[in-house]
Ligand binder design. Structure first.
Ligand code: GLY
Ligand code: MN
Ligand code: MN
Length: 430
């Protein structure tokens, strides 16, 4: 791995939190991801399933974590199964974890080769009454492929029809939503790498540059700082491309007088950062661009201050909508009649700001986390309002990642990434 090894104490604590919520005499299983094929013998780069990573730190394919807090023999309370390694594999594919290394990474004492899984699992299932299966219940999930976890679920329900089934996902949503201090440090590290990328591109942007050239500069800076690369597919959208919310082609030339919306974040040790900045191609906002920019920044700052323990995600979005509405009236984009006649299910401001303001952020960019219960300290959220005006050939979004604290306003993990319009202009014109 490019990243520095994470202390296994984090994973031990994460497992303890999960196991504390398991029912008596129950086993939970977590599978790694597959390596996804492209065609012929080509594959996508491996990305570990975030749940097994969160609970074990194991960052390689063909791994299984088994948790059984009430196992008769305490050596079976936590078991890791990893792919058997040997000299041949080491020569062709590089080093995989041996049993000692697997223990070092995860803090788990009992490690078996994956080939022993069926036998060991059968033996333990004869002791257990409940099996926790890890289905994907993320509110935005939409997965067409069958994952390794899905295959395991089908097989397990078929092989063990008399066991009760329980869901891992609600426990994970709850515990992964509230970050440990080590996790906040890792997210901070990802944000700091993103900052380096942003400062680098500020020096490169000028009329005539291509969006993909900026993508390349970001990636260069990310990888040289021990990141695997982008935490999500980056959006580098100049001019009206900024009004296509998921524009990821990054293929156009940036024109004098336009803005560029950059929704780009580095990953570090599988943790995400999620930043958006919008900057002028020629290094100077015109008057109207600046008006809209300052309105978005104001909404971002006011929204950030609402992220305190106890806030409800749904109420927060309504309050942010009110601030946005007032800014859009100030910009002449809405008038009082638009607001008076608005549809409560799709308020008038949504014409210019049609996406959510915040999401949990962490191992997944749109991370797990409870959304129907009050916010808690150490949850990490993005704050990302935008105003999109195709008729004026501009779309402006600003996005920071913040940690909820019990000391008033949240802690901004992107506090060092320039956002003030004048600071950005100064840096671009140095
Ligand atoms: N970059 C994805 C998002 O902002 O949610
Ligand atoms: Mn983003
Ligand atoms: Mn985001």
């Amino acid at each position: 791995m490019k990243y520095e090894q994470i202390n296994s104490e984090l994973f031990k604590r994460n497992r303890a939190k999960f196991m504390a919520q398991m029912k008596p005499m129950s086993i939970a299983i977590f599978n790694s991801n597959d390596i996804y094929p492209i065609g012929a013998d080509s594959t996508m780069p491996f990305q570990q399933h975030r749940d097994i990573f969160y609970l074990s730190g194991v960052d390689q394919e063909e791994s299984i974590l088994l948790l059984f807090p009430d196992a008769y023999d305490k050596i079976n309370k936590e078991i890791l199964f990893v792919r058997e390694t040997n000299e041949h594999i080491a020569i062709w594919e590089g080093e995989k974890l041996d049993k000692t290394q697997a223990t070092e990474v995860s803090g788990i004492q009992t490690v078996h080769w994956l080939t022993d899984f069926d036998k060991v699992f059968f033996n333990l299932m004869t002791e257990a009454e409940v099996i926790y299966l890890n289905t994907n219940e993320h509110y935005r999930q939409s997965v067409e492929t069958q994952t390794r976890e899905d295959r395991f679920i089908i097989k397990c329900k078929n092989d063990y029809p008399a066991h009760q089934v329980a869901k891992s996902n609600p426990i994970l949503q709850q515990i992964r939503g509230v970050k440990e201090p080590e996790e906040i440090n890792l997210i901070q590290k990802a944000c700091d790498i993103t900052e380096k990328g942003f400062r680098r591109i500020l020096k490169y942007v000028k009329p005539g540059i291509w969006e993909y050239e900026l993508e390349a500069e970001f990636l260069h800076e990310f990888i040289r700082n021990r990141s695997k690369g982008f935490a999500y597919t980056p959006i580098i959208a100049s001019g009206n491309n900024a009004n296509v919310l998921h524009y990821i082609e990054n293929k156009n030339q940036c024109k004098n007088g336009d803005l560029i919306l950059l929704d780009v974040g580095a990953e570090y040790a599988n943790y995400s950062s999620d930043m958006t900045r919008t900057i002028p191609v020629n290094g100077k906002f015109n008057k109207r661009q600046r008006q809209v920019y300052d309105a978005v920044l104001k909404v971002k700052n006011e929204a950030t201050n609402m992220l305190v323990p106890g806030t409800l995600w749904a109420d927060y979005h309504k309050e942010v909508g009110k601030v946005m509405t007032s800014e859009l009236i100030g910009l002449g984009l809405l008038d009082k009649a638009d607001v008076q006649n608005e549809n409560k299910d799709w308020p008038a401001y949504k014409k210019y700001f049609m996406h959510g303001t915040s999401h949990h952020m962490g191992l997944d960019t749109h991370d797990y986390g409870e959304l129907k219960k009050p916010m808690k300290p150490n949850m990490v959220f993005t704050v990302e309002p935008g105003i999109y005006i195709p008729d004026e050939k501009m779309g402006i979004r600003l996005e920071d990642d913040v940690v909820i604290t019990d000391k008033g306003s949240p802690f901004n993990l992107m506090r060092n990434i320039p956002i003030d319009a004048e600071e950005i202009e100064d840096l671009m014109n140095k």
